[in-house]
Design a binder for this molecule. Structure first.
Ligand SMILES: Cc1cc2nc3c(=O)[nH]c(=O)nc-3n(C[C@H](O)[C@H](O)[C@H](O)COP(=O)(O)OP(=O)(O)OC[C@H]3O[C@@H](n4cnc5c(N)ncnc54)[C@H](O)[C@@H]3O)c2cc1C
Ligand SMILES: NC(=O)C1=CN([C@@H]2O[C@H](COP(=O)(O)OP(=O)(O)OC[C@H]3O[C@@H](n4cnc5c(N)ncnc54)[C@H](O)[C@@H]3O)[C@@H](O)[C@H]2O)C=CC1
Length: 462
């Protein structure tokens, strides 16, 4: 049996940030990081766009290299198969037993697939799954993409030479991140230009709305721009058909024409070579058995309090595997994203080191405001605060500014105060919006001038 004061499970962003944080705060204490993946994720090149909004790169590196400057951290490449929380120990697939003083579970999540046992259904999570997708796509004429979140949006934009049937539950595309107005704005962006092709490729969009319808592998999740160096190309010509307000009701065996068919709740039957299920994630809690299930919420995430503590003694959790269950700041909520995985991992380290010590510690400022920067359809997208009016029960006003093909700015206001913002394109408004959400200044005197491009509103607030 090996033993360490601190043990972290998971070599993704949350686990590595947690182990790095402990190594910094408690350099004399032994730390063991256990990762099922041979490489671990290292956050590099952090660029702060505002006080709270940052961008970074993620590199996959051997664990030894990532922690070469942290002699108290040992990286073990193995899989945890069992937790004995009464005796504070873990069993690994090699049979080894690791005893912990404090444990942080950062085992991430895996794709929640619509038909997990069907060989024609694929989920995207780690490098292996992308390689598999790339291989299968290269011999595909038509792919059905199910889901309307980040992965589906990226795939529809990034793949070429293939017919795509995009099956979404909602009335508009990319609904996880944007409203119908921004979705409309993006449709024009489906005219894309690929580096490997001199002429622009025009994506034709056909929409079909059924208004009556109601609406795996052990690697770490991919990093930013994961598709940048991967050629995702099929065997046909570009064509995207969006099937709105519907779901897949059945997956049927194929015939001479198509290897597989999906039946949709709008009554259509679509033949294809491959189905990508981009339908969200499911936290990895299986190794924690009945105890894990007891301390998880309905979505399967390990419930954590404001100090990232689960309800089991000495066990913390961070990143995609956990479900935040504390009195949240008015403009923050959880989404399973890498900035949150990083903040949670770093903050769990602080909680693990300082818990039970007389020195009190406060919750990190990162949990005051939801921030996310990403790219959708090749455009910069910044999401701040209650960007979709979350928790406001439709009691808010919207201020909108749009320049076709260039920018889309949506501000969410309640009682004259800014609650959230969607900033698409190079708007340069992120800092101002962040400040206005945090300080809750009454903006009523400005009216619509808040978004008047001829008035430099930032001068008022500096
Ligand atoms: C295709 C794709 C694109 C994405 N794009 C974005 C984006 O643009 N912006 C964004 O913010 N987020 C994005 N995300 C989400 C982001 O990647 C995740 O939220 C984040 O990486 C989660 O980090 P994590 O450390 O919690 O989990 P993971 O990265 O999943 O890491 C979990 C780790 O735990 C290990 N593990 C699991 N079980 C065990 C076990 N039993 N024993 C030992 N080790 C174990 C795994 O090997 C892995 O190392 C994307 C995700 C995907 C899949
Ligand atoms: N740019 C970004 O920020 C990106 C973030 N991600 C993150 O990676 C993770 C996985 O991404 P996604 O799978 O896109 O998850 P997601 O949670 O973003 O979206 C899931 C989508 O699937 C739909 N869905 C769920 N069950 C369905 C069903 N049975 N039939 C049809 N549709 C169904 C939901 O309505 C939703 O649109 C998420 O945590 C996501 O936030 C992924 C890619 C890019």
């Amino acid at each position: 049996m090996v033993e360490a004061t601190f043990v972290v499970i998971g070599g993704g962003i949350a686990g590595v940030s947690c182990a790095e944080g402990i190594a910094f705060l408690a350099p004399e204490e032994p730390v063991i990081l256990i990762s099922a993946s041979p490489t671990v994720k290292k956050v590099t090149n952090v660029r702060n766009l505002t006080k709270m909004l940052s961008r970074f790169d993620v590199e996959e590196q051997p664990g030894r290299k990532v922690f070469e400057s942290c002699p108290n951290v040992t990286v073990v490449h193995d899989t945890v198969t069992h937790l004995d929380h009464e005796n504070n120990n873990l069993t690994l697939s090699s049979g080894a037993v690791v005893k912990y003083g404090k444990l942080c579970v950062c085992t991430g999540a895996r794709p929640k697939l619509i038909a997990p046992d069907n060989p024609h259904v694929l989920g995207i999570r780690d490098t292996d799954s992308v390689v598999e997708f790339q291989r299968r796509l290269s011999s595909s004429r038509r792919v059905v993409v199910v889901g309307n979140g980040g992965i589906a949006t990226e795939l529809v934009h990034e793949t070429s030479n293939v017919q795509i049937v995009w099956v979404i539950k909602d009335k508009h595309i990319s609904a996880t991140f944007v409203d119908p107005g921004a979705a409309e704005f993006f449709q024009e962006k489906l005219i894309k230009k690929k580096d490997d092709d001199d002429s622009p490729v025009v994506k034709r969009m056909k929409f079909s709305v059924d208004r009556g319808a109601t609406s795996v592998s052990s690697g770490a999740a991919l990093g930013p721009d994961w598709h940048a160096n991967v050629r995702l190309s099929g065997l046909s010509t570009d064509d995207v058909t969006v099937e709105k307000c519907c779901e897949v009701s059945h997956v049927h065996e194929g015939d001479d024409e198509w290897p597989v068919y999906v039946e949709l709740t709008n009554g259509k039957r679509v033949g294809c070579d491959l189905i990508v299920s981009a339908t969200g994630v499911q936290p990895n809690v299986e190794p924690f058995g009945a105890a894990g299930a007891r301390i998880a919420d309905a979505d399967g995430g390990l419930i954590v309090d404001w100090a990232m503590r689960t309800t089991l003694p000495n066990i913390y959790a961070a990143g995609d595997v956990c479900s935040a269950d504390w009195q949240k700041a008015p403009h923050w909520f959880q989404m399973r994203l890498w900035t949150q995985a990083r903040h949670m991992g770093t903050y769990a380290a602080k909680a693990m080191v300082y818990d039970n010590q007389s020195e009190p510690f406060l919750q990190d400022f990162a949990f005051e405001l939801f921030t996310h920067v990403t790219k959708l359809f090749g455009m910069k997208v910044v999401l701040l605060g209650l960007f979709n009016g979350q928790t406001l029960n439709d009691e808010y006003e919207i201020l909108l500014r749009m320049t076709r093909g260039q920018e889309y700015v949506k501000l969410i206001l309640k009682n004259g105060r800014l609650q959230g913002a969607v900033l698409i394109g190079d708007t340069d408004l992120e800092e101002m919006c962040e400040n206005l959400i945090l300080n809750q200044l009454d903006l009523t005197p400005f009216g619509e001038d808040l978004l008047n491009p001829d008035i430099d509103i930032e001068d008022y607030f500096d």
